[in-house]
Design a binder for this molecule. Structure first.
Ligand SMILES: C[S@@+](CC[C@H](N)C(=O)[O-])C[C@H]1O[C@@H](n2cnc3c(N)ncnc32)[C@H](O)[C@@H]1O
Length: 213
């Protein structure tokens, strides 16, 4: 099993606020940028999700909420000082928020930790995404580049902590693309296609879907 080299850059612990999971990850990144531990454009390399017109108002409200939270926490003073001293160019704009949120929406992983036994790993590899054992959400740079397959050859697992590891699900040929499954692969083709289209904005062209299975 190979440990992924990319670092966890964002992780959210507060499961009580799961409905705000993506905005909270954006907030975490904003804090990292302000503290100098991440660059404001560090996610630009990732593919963004489509932001549908009906989502715009809600996202604008989230942005206002974030700015308000920073003002309340008096973080804006610190931010202003950084900007005035030239150590930070202004990044906390609506455009920045939309761009980061669009990238987090399509690339964030739901972390589900498993025990250390082989049976635990197997159970995790075949588990349904509907099983609610998530402990948080995180964005990883390298795994964000894995494409989806309804019959994946690798699976991302977490053992004890948020360090993502890659587990092969079968023998893999040299040069073969590593593909993970974004959804519950046990669903039928129509349900999978519909979920991938609505949730991730693409029409799946994996071999299993093309075969009609
Ligand atoms: C998390 S990104 C994966 C990395 C992306 N291919 C890239 O080059 O940055 C997810 C996007 O990859 C594409 N993609 C991934 N799996 C696919 C599949 N099975 N069929 C068609 N497009 C897929 C879609 O555009 C999807 O929105």
């Amino acid at each position: 099993m190979m440990a992924l080299t990319a670092a966890v850059i964002l992780q959210q612990e507060n499961q009580k606020e799961r409905e705000l999971k993506y905005p909270l990850l954006v907030k975490r990144l904003a804090c990292m940028v302000m503290s100098g531990t991440a660059l404001a454009d560090c996610l630009d390399i990732l593919q963004p999700a489509n932001i549908h017109p009906e989502m715009v108002q809600e996202i604008e409200q989230e942005f206002d909420l974030l700015k308000f939270a920073f003002v309340k926490a008096k973080i804006e003073d610190a931010l202003l000082e950084c900007i005035l001293s030239g150590s930070l160019s202004e990044f906390l704009t609506k455009n920045w928020y939309f761009g980061v949120l669009a990238r987090i929406r399509i690339n964030a992983f739901r972390i589900e930790t498993v025990g250390r036994s082989y049976e635990d790993l197997l159970a995790s590899a075949s588990s349904s995404v509907a099983v609610d054992s998530a402990v948080g959400n995180a964005l990883y740079m390298l795994p964000s580049f894995y494409n989806h397959d309804c019959d994946p050859n690798v699976h991302i697992i977490w053992i004890d902590n948020a360090d993502a590891k890659l587990k092969a699900l079968r023998d893999i040929e040299t040069g073969e693309e590593l593909r993970i499954c974004y959804i519950d692969a046990s669903m039928d083709r129509e349900a999978r296609q519909s979920l991938l289209s609505q949730g991730f904005g693409f029409h799946c062209n994996c071999a299993r879907c093309l075969s009609g299975d």
